[in-house]
Design a protein around this ligand. Structure first.
Ligand code: 5GP
Ligand code: ZN
Length: 118
């Protein structure tokens, strides 16, 4: 069982923010912003490439609720999901990073330079 399945099953502790029957939001262990929350389906889904449109339709209002719950819905936020190897996905259980609480930079300093590929 993967690490986020264990968190969803309460087999390892997390710092939960909001929960529904189908989804769970908890604080990232290694925050990259004043607010950094991970949002997952409790049922294992490998990555964004595997989520159904129907599940995504249910997940969208849950993500909105999390952003409202932590008070960043109005001030703004960034929603990110890393998918697969080139996307830099480390945990192979779909998760959205919800980041906010400050004006976030939009830097690509760690990314590959597009000029190297064209
Ligand atoms: P990825 O690189 O897969 O998009 O992001 C994985 C994220 O999960 C990282 O931001 C990392 O800090 C977080 N993370 C990894 N293991 C744990 C854990 O056991 N608990 C929590 N709360 N976050 C974790
Ligand atoms: Zn899993």
């Amino acid at each position: 069982m993967c690490i986020f399945c264990k968190i969803a099953n309460n087999e390892i502790p997390s710092n939960p923010v909001l929960e529904s029957e189908e989804f769970l939001a908890f604080h990232d262990l290694n925050p990259k912003a004043p607010v950094h929350i991970l949002i997952i389906p409790k049922q294992h889904v490998d990555s964004f490439s595997e989520i159904s449109g129907a599940m995504m339709e249910r997940m969208t209002p849950f993500i909105h609720d999390v952003a409202k719950h932590v008070g960043i819905f109005e001030s703004g936020y960034r929603l990110v999901t890393n998918s697969g190897e080139n996307g830099g996905q480390e945990v192979k259980h779909l998760h959205f990073h919800l980041l906010g609480g400050a004006r976030l930079k939009w830097g690509h300093f760690d990314d590959a330079d597009p000029k190297d590929f064209f």
